[in-house]
Design a protein around this ligand. Structure first.
Ligand code: ZN
Length: 261
């Protein structure tokens, strides 16, 4: 079975979820991690994880969703939720330095505060880094993320950036951009399979028109097939390795996850 290490399935209409998870299971995606982007959506992710076998939760506030510094009350709620049995990662947290993004100092404080919670609860960190590689690597080093492990989610960077992430003991999480970006394909071809995990980052995509075209967890095998093709190996080997890698990253939480696949 595959693991979809990073999704936003809580953003879909609740009535969509049983069908979506059944389609995932049919595609051999047996575990879906639902990651929050705000305190409220984190709570929804926990609810989904409690409701559906195969769904686990990530706790975090996304850098683009920050209206200002995280308040003590919000951090307390995140910390409390992070101790829930259904939570397997601190996510989605990180840095986003696009022009329209929130103030960089605010983002860094929020990221560091959430990494602090990850240390308190001993959670691996699945992080967002967009146009912020240098700052991200600096904060990850300063906040000793190598003690926690984690993954660079929706990775689209260079080989050098991937190597720097791996040097910190974090995995490279590949998603559907691998199907269409030649530069990323070259990077992925050279990456050691033992440092790759898979995800879809799926959320509702009405801009794509037809509902059938929206990304769902069932699309993980497409990414796996492309990776297998690039590396000249069987898809089964990609499944076996990426699932084993994800479980290794989850450390003592892996038992709960592997019990359902
Ligand atoms: Zn995401």
């Amino acid at each position: 079975m595959f693991i979809d290490l990073h999704t936003h399935i809580d953003q879909y209409e609740p009535e969509e979820l049983p069908g979506m998870l059944a389609r995932a299971y049919e595609a051999e995606v047996g575990v879906v991690v639902a990651s929050g982007v705000t305190v409220e959506s984190t709570r929804r992710c926990l609810d989904l994880a409690h409701e559906f076998e195969g769904v686990f939760a990530g706790v975090g506030v996304h850098p683009s969703d920050l209206a200002g510094d995280l308040e003590q009350g919000e951090l307390d709620q995140l910390r409390h939720m992070a101790t829930d049995d259904s939570v397997v990662v601190m996510s989605e947290v990180g840095l986003d330095h696009q022009d329209h993004s929130p103030d960089r100092a605010v983002q860094e404080r929020a990221f560091r505060a959430q990494l602090g919670i990850a240390h308190e609860v001993d959670l691996p960190v699945v992080f967002h880094m967009r146009e912020a590689t240098a700052d991200m690597l600096r904060v990850l080093r300063e906040e000793r993320v190598s003690e926690l492990g984690g993954a660079a989610h929706y990775f689209q960077g260079s080989h050098e950036e991937a190597s720097a992430v791996i040097d910190l003991g974090c995995y490279i999480s590949l998603a559907k951009p691998l199907l269409r970006l030649p530069e990323l394909q070259e990077v992925a071809r050279a990456l050691p399979l033992e440092w790759i995990v898979l995800e879809t980052d799926c959320y509702p995509q009405p801009f794509k028109g037809m509902r059938e075209k929206w990304t769902e967890p069932r699309d993980v095998p497409l990414v796996a097939a492309k990776l297998a093709e690039l590396k000249g190996i069987e898809v089964a080997e990609v499944m076996e390795s990426t699932t084993a890698n994800a479980l290794k990253m989850l450390r003592h939480r892996a038992d709960r996850v592997s019990a359902v696949i």
